[in-house]
Design a protein around this ligand. Structure first.
Ligand SMILES: Nc1ncnc2c1ncn2[C@@H]1O[C@H](COP(=O)(O)OP(=O)(O)OP(=O)(O)O)[C@@H](O)[C@H]1O
Ligand SMILES: [Mg+2]
Length: 236
């Protein structure tokens, strides 16, 4: 469904990504793991047309989309929920969600999507009239993911969805991720919460210093000595 080939990305003269390649099949949950500064967010931004790659290509459903603007990718079925959870603070929860459905004009479909998001995150429905700026960190994260879903994406890209959440809210987010794949949404997720991520992901890539250093099934990676030591905090 999504394929990234030999990506090189630089900020000015500073090269961040080197020859990064990955692929995600329809219906998969694929994770990208790696330490702070490894280039994970840069990779996602570059795929989403927010940072132009110096070299390399992106294909979505077989067609090349390298460097296409974000709104065009959204129209093709790609949703991106960034680390910064850009929600509109002075608007209500429901207004924020409806903004996410900007490319479907069909009112019935919009209402159906809204109902789906509320079923996934009942907290958002309880708070639908509350100003988004007064929502807690966990609630905002649910809102950011919910908004991404309002466009009926085929693939949703999540940058650290569990960052800053309480253990209970981390569970809510991972449950939502599982529910999504049951609804045929493919997921690419960057996470620091390696244990929980490998439990839901089918495969993962490990990035270090701007390059993919390892890839494999979640089972393979969970058993890998380097992953255990560096990411799962297990003494080997
Ligand atoms: N706009 C920018 N200009 C210059 N350097 C940048 C810019 N954005 C990121 N970087 C640098 O690129 C490197 C990779 O950053 P990136 O945000 O992609 O890492 P990350 O893997 O997402 O890390 P984290 O886990 O902390 O979110 C870092 O060294 C960062 O300082
Ligand atoms: Mg990041």
């Amino acid at each position: 469904m999504l394929r990234v080939e030999n990506f090189d990305v630089a900020y000015g003269h500073l090269q961040i990504l080197r020859q990064v390649s990955l692929s995600i099949g329809g219906g998969e949950i694929v994770a990208i793991l790696g330490p702070n500064g490894a280039g994970k967010t840069t990779l996602l931004k570059s795929v989403m047309g927010l940072v132009p790659p110096k070299a390399g290509k992106v294909f979505f459903e077989g067609r090349e989309v390298t460097g296409r603007p974000t709104f065009e990718l959204a129209r093709l079925g790609l949703a991106f929920v960034p680390e910064e959870r850009n929600i509109f603070q002075a608007m209500s929860v429901e207004e924020n969600l409806l903004l996410g459905a900007y490319c479907c004009r069909d009112k019935a479909r919009k209402a159906a999507n809204l109902a789906k998001v509320y079923a996934m995150f009942p907290r958002l429905e309880e708070r639908r009239r509350q100003l988004a700026g007064t929502m807690s960190g966990g609630e905002r994260q649910m809102l950011a993911i919910g908004r991404g879903l309002m466009n009926n994406p085929k693939l949703i890209i999540l940058d650290e969805p569990s960052m800053g959440l309480s253990p209970a809210n981390v569970l809510v987010v991972f449950e939502a991720i599982k529910t999504l794949t049951a609804q045929d949404v493919t997921i690419l997720v960057v996470e620091q919460n390696v244990h929980a991520t490998l439990a839901v992901a089918s495969r993962a890539y490990v990035m270090e210093h701007g390059a993919v250093v390892m890839e494999g099934s979640s089972a393979e990676l969970s058993g890998n000595e380097h992953v255990k030591r560096a990411y799962l905090g297990l003494a080997v």
